[in-house]
Design a protein around this ligand. Structure first.
Ligand code: HEM
Length: 492
C-alpha cells in the first residue's frame, strides 16, 4: 500500500498519468478484451489520451510505458537502469544468467569478455557461412518460384537463420534447411514457439501457474530445453577437449589466428571458441557459463533476424520500385553471376540495401518492446521515478511517431540515406536498443541480413502475393497471416 502511495505521488508530480487503476488488480481489467493482436492499438490509444509516457499497473507490478525519445534516451543511456523486468523471467530456464538476462557485476564482466567475440576479424569469417546458408535457402525455394505460389517467408528464413547461428555460435552444422526434423532443430523451434505463447498468455507466465494448469505443456517445454542444453553442453565439451589438445601438442593459436583444421583449411573461430579462451580475473569460464551465453546467442540470434529478413522481403515484394533499385545496386556491386561469393567489403558497399533494412526495422522492429526494472529512486528526463518501477519501452510506437518520422507508416528507405544523416533522432529509432545494454550482435545481424536478402534478390523477383501482414506481439514481432511473397526466378 505504502509503495503504491509513493508511486502515485511521484508519478503525479512527474506528470505521468494513465488509465484508472483498480484496487489490487490495477489496470488488468483493461486487458480483458485485448489480445496480442490488438495490444499495439491499445497502446496507441493510451498514448493519444495520456501522452508518450503512460502510467500502468498490472496486479502489483507498477510502472509506465514510454514512447518518448527523451525518456528512452534517459533510460537506455544510464548504467542505473540496465536491469531487466520480470517479463524476461520466462527465459531463465533456457538462458540462465546469460548476457540478455544477467544483471549488475555479472552482466558487466560478461559483456566485457563477450564484446571481442563480435570483432570485425571474427565477423569477417562468418560472412562465408551467411553466404553458403543463404545459397541453400535460395536453392530450396526454386520449386515454389512459379510466380503464383504464396510463400510465407518466416519459416523459410527461420531455418536459414538457425543454420547460420548454430555454425557461427557453436561451430557445428545442424543442417536445419536440409533436415528440418533434426532433433535439435525441432527443440529450438518448439521451445521458441512455446515461449512466445507463454509471453502472451498470462496464465502460463509463471512457472508455478504453468506447472499447475498446463502440466503437459510445461513438461514438453522442459524436455525441449533440456535437449537443447544437452546438445550445447556436448559441443562445448568437445571444443574444450580440442582446445586442450592443441595446447598440449603445441598447435594452439590465439583467437585472431586461424589454425588449420584436419583437411588443411583455415578453421573458423566460433563464438564459443572465443569464450573458451576467455577468462575472468584469470579464471576460465566454466562450461555452464559458456552454455548460458551460447544458448543466449542461439535464442537472440535466430528469431530476431528471421523476423527482419522476412519483413524486408515482404516490403520489397510490395514496393517494386525499391526492389528494382536494390537489384541494380546488387548487380553493380556483386556482378551478374548469381552464386559468386560475397565478402565483408562487398556487403559494406550495399549502401542502399542497408537503408532498406533499416527502414524495414523501423516499420517492423523484430523486438517491438523491451523492459527494464528501476531498482532505486532515479531521476530520468527531469522526472523522479520511484524505486521498484517497471518500464516498457515501446520501440514499435516511437519508430512510427509522426513527430519524428513524417508519413510514419510509409516505407521510405531514403530516410536513412547518408545525405540525410542527422535527421533521425537516435532514441526515436532503437531497433537494436542503445547505450550500454544495446544489442551486441547488431553488426553480425546486419551482415547476415544483407547476405540473405541480397541472395534472394539475385535469384528471384519478389512478388506481392498472399495476404498482408497482421502484426502480433509475441516475444518478437510476427504476423498471424504469415509474411507472404511470391517468387519468380530472375533471368539476366
Ligand atoms: C535483426 C536482428 C536483431 C535485432 C533487431 C536485435 C535486437 C536486440 C535488442 C532490441 C536488444 C536489447 C534487448 C533488451 O534490452 O531487452 C538485443 C540484445 C541482445 N542481442 Fe540482439 N538483435 C538482433 C540480432 C542479434 C544477434 C544476431 C545476436 C547474436 C549473435 C544478438 C545477441 C544479443 C544479445 C546477447 C543481447 C543482450 C545484450 C546485453 O544485454 O548486454 N542479437 N538485441
Amino acid at each position: 500500500y505504502l509503495v503504491g502511495r509513493k508511486h502515485k505521488r511521484l508519478f503525479d508530480r512527474a506528470g505521468i498519468t494513465g488509465p484508472k487503476a483498480w484496487p489490487l488488480v490495477g489496470n488488468a481489467p483493461l486487458m480483458i478484451n485485448e489480445s496480442p493482436k490488438t495490444v499495439f492499438d491499445l497502446q496507441w490509444r493510451l498514448i493519444q489520451t495520456h501522452g508518450k509516457n503512460v502510467r500502468c499497473q498490472i496486479l502489483q507490478d507498477r510502472g509506465f510505458m514510454t514512447a518518448d525519445p527523451k525518456m528512452i534516451e534517459a533510460i537506455m543511456s544510464s548504467q542505473q537502469t540496465i536491469q531487466k523486468n520480470n517479463l524476461y523471467g520466462l527465459l531463465v530456464n533456457w538462458l540462465g544468467d546469460g548476457l540478455l538476462l544477467s544483471k549488475g557485476k555479472k552482466w558487466f564482466r560478461r559483456r566485457k569478455i563477450i564484446t571481442p567475440a563480435f570483432h570485425f576479424k571474427i565477423l569477417e569469417q562468418f560472412v562465408e557461412v551467411f553466404d553458403q546458408q543463404s545459397a541453400i535457402m535460395a536453392k530450396n525455394l526454386y520449386d515454389r518460384a512459379d510466380g503464383k505460389t504464396v510463400i510465407n517467408m518466416f519459416p523459410v528464413a527461420c531455418l536459414c537463420a538457425m543454420d547460420i547461428i548454430a555454425e557461427t555460435a557453436m561451430g557445428v552444422k545442424i543442417n536445419a534447411q536440409l533436415q528440418p526434423n533434426f532433433p535439435y532443430v525441432q527443440s529450438v523451434k518448439t521451445a521458441s514457439g512455446m515461449l512466445a505463447e507463454r509471453f502472451v498468455n498470462p496464465a502460463q507466465r509463471l512457472d508455478i501457474s504453468m506447472r499447475l494448469f498446463f502440466p503437459s505443456a510445461f513438461a514438453k517445454l522442459s524436455a525441449n530445453i533440456k535437449a537443447m542444453q544437452d546438445f550445447t553442453n556436448n559441443v562445448i565439451s568437445e571444443r574444450r577437449d580440442l582446445l586442450q589438445k592443441s595446447i598440449s601438442d603445441g598447435t594452439y593459436e590465439t583467437t585472431n589466428a586461424s589454425p588449420l583444421d584436419d583437411v588443411g583449411q583455415k578453421r573458423r573461430m566460433a563464438l564459443l571458441d572465443v569464450l573458451l579462451q576467455s577468462s575472468i580475473d584469470g579464471a576460465p569460464l566454466s562450461n555452464e557459463d559458456i552454455r548460458e551465453e551460447v544458448d543466449t546467442f542461439m535464442f537472440e540470434g535466430h528469431d530476431t533476424t528471421t523476423s527482419s529478413i522476412a519483413f524486408t522481403c515482404y516490403l520489397l515484394a510490395r514496393h517494386p520500385e525499391v526492389q528494382a533499385r536494390v537489384f541494380q545496386e546488387v548487380r553493380d556491386v556483386l556482378g551478374d553471376e548469381k552464386d559468386a561469393p560475397v565478402n565483408i567489403q562487398l556487403l559494406g558497399e550495399l549502401k542502399y540495401l542497408e537503408c532498406v533494412i533499416k527502414e524495414s526495422l523501423r516499420l517492423f522492429p523484430s523486438v517491438p518492446i523491451i523492459g527494464r526494472h528501476i531498482v532505486e529512486d532515479t531521476l530520468l528526463d527531469g522526472k523522479l521515478i520511484p524505486a521498484k518501477t517497471d518500464v516498457m519501452i515501446l520501440i514499435y510506437h516511437s519508430q512510427r511517431d509522426p513527430d519524428y518520422f513524417p508519413e510514419p507508416n510509409k516505407f521510405v528507405p531514403e530516410r536513412f540515406s547518408p545525405e540525410r544523416k542527422g535527421e533521425i533522432n537516435p532514441f526515436a529509432y532503437t531497433p537494436f536498443s542503445a547505450g550500454p545494454r544495446n544489442c551486441i550482435g547488431q553488426k553480425f545481424a546486419m551482415l547476415e541480413m544483407k547476405s540473405t536478402i541480397s541472395k534472394m534478390v539475385r535469384h528471384f523477383e519478389l512478388l506481392p502475393l498472399g495476404e498482408d501482414v497482421q502484426l502480433v506481439l509475441n516475444l518478437i514481432l510476427r504476423s498471424t497471416t504469415g509474411i507472404n511473397v511470391g517468387l519468380k526466378p530472375r533471368v539476366y
